[in-house]
Ligand binder design. Structure first.
Ligand code: PMP
Ligand code: GLN
Length: 377
């Protein structure tokens, strides 16, 4: 008996293992290969030495919730009450899981755009929900809101959006958010807005957080992750913002799922977050990496699909091979020594656009070595 008969091992585990087995440069699973700021690490040490080694409050350390509320108010002009509208979670994954668990029951339909981050659909199905997919089309990956309207039935309960978008790097515009707001109000839908890459956004664009849209924010769980922002994906810390009525339901699940998460790291993050440059400098930092890597690939046979955010870049290999992206990515790892992610795994019906995803959250040495290999293909 399986509750998720169709679900296999995640592509991230598969490709990172293959990278290890074949001693390949790992541009597959999204994580930085450079250190987190030593200042942040010493703040964790300080919090531990000062004796903060027992449970945090269920919703998270109040100092961190207050700092987050301050940051969100400043960036998006929306006040979340730290005492009952913010919960600190074990990464974005747990926040997404908890938001779905708190809202989705048997037969509820949830709309998701594909390619989609891989945890949404299995979590919906685990709670008896039915996923309704809308395929975003390469190379722009822009949402078509008429298709969303067409997919809505009387059973539709929720829509999940993700901007900046993994894997394409596409951004929602202000107009996209207004459309989302209108549809979700009209059809009385909950929204999960996965904003884990909110601070990794390029070319002078602004992040359109659901927090900026008053009516939308009233029905939305906003999901964030410190791992992406502070180069420490292994800490698995993130948070959820939601209005009080939704947060109340969220916390009913959270308190029996994990109760609370790593206390000393929360205290360290709360101190570190008080310096806005620690996140406001991120667009420049990652844009430089994106541009460095793209420049190195200029003479390669890969086509670069523009990435406006996240630390991912799609590469179209249709000039190189007709193989499926899964076979192509496998061969690239085994024969050439660069591990990437085939993007069809994130698509509705596993549609294959002949594109692989690379993570450029890497040192220049690594990006240089990887580009030298990709240029030979
Ligand atoms: N959502 C998206 C779009 C992601 O890319 C990721 C991780 N890469 C997550 C959620 C999960 O984040 P976390 O590692 O904080 O659980
Ligand atoms: N979110 C990361 C990515 O897209 C991977 C996280 C994971 O391994 N589950 O690569």
């Amino acid at each position: 008996m399986s509750k998720l008969p169709e679900i296999a091992i995640s592509i991230f585990s598969i490709m990172s293992k293959m990278a290890l087995d074949y001693d390949a440069i790992n541009l597959s699973q999204g994580f930085p290969n450079f250190p987190s700021d030593p200042k942040l690490i010493s703040l964790v040490n300080k919090a531990m030495i000062e004796g903060n080694n027992q449970y945090a409050p269920m919703a998270g350390a109040i100092s961190l919730r207050e700092t987050i509320a301050h940051k969100v108010k400043k960036l998006y002009n929306k006040a979340y009450n730290p005492s009952n509208e913010i919960t600190i979670t074990a990464g974005a994954t747990q926040a997404i899981f908890t938001a779905i668990a708190a809202t989705i029951s048997k037969g509820d339909e949830v709309i998701i755009f594909t390619p989609a981050y891989d945890c949404y659909a299995p979590t919906i199905e685990l709670f008896g929900g039915i996923v309704r997919y809308i395929q975003l089309q390469s190379p722009t990956y822009q949402p078509d809101w008429d298709k969303v309207r067409d997919k809505i039935s009387r059973n539709t309960k929720m829509i999940i959006v993700n901007s900046p978008h993994n894997p394409s790097g596409m951004l929602f515009s202000e107009n996209d958010m207004l459309q989302l707001q209108q549809i979700s109000e009209e059809k009385n839908l909950f929204v999960i807005s996965d904003e884990v890459y909110e601070h990794i956004i390029f070319d002078g664009n602004n992040h359109q957080s659901a927090a900026k849209f008053e009516a939308l924010s009233k029905r939305t769980f906003i999901i964030a992750s410190f791992g992406k922002t502070f180069h420490n994906t292994g800490w698995k810390l993130g948070y959820c913002l939601a209005p009080q009525n939704l947060m109340k339901e969220f916390q009913k699940v959270h308190q029996y799922n994990v109760f609370c998460v790593n206390h000393p790291m929360q205290l360290a993050l709360s101190e570190y977050l008080k310096t806005p440059s620690h996140y406001l400098d991120l667009p420049g930092f990652y844009q430089q990496k994106r541009d460095y890597f793209i420049a190195k690939l200029k003479l390669s046979r890969f086509k670069i699909i523009p990435s406006q955010g996240t630390y991912f870049q799609l590469l179209d290999y249709s000039n190189i091979s007709e193989e499926s992206d899964i076979i192509f990515a496998e061969n690239l790892t085994k024969e050439y020594g660069v591990a990437t992610i085939p993007t069809s795994v994130f698509n509705a019906n596993k549609e294959d656009f002949k594109q692989i995803r690379v993570c450029f959250a890497k040192t220049e040495v690594t990006l240089n070595e990887a580009a030298a290999i990709l240029n030979r293909i």
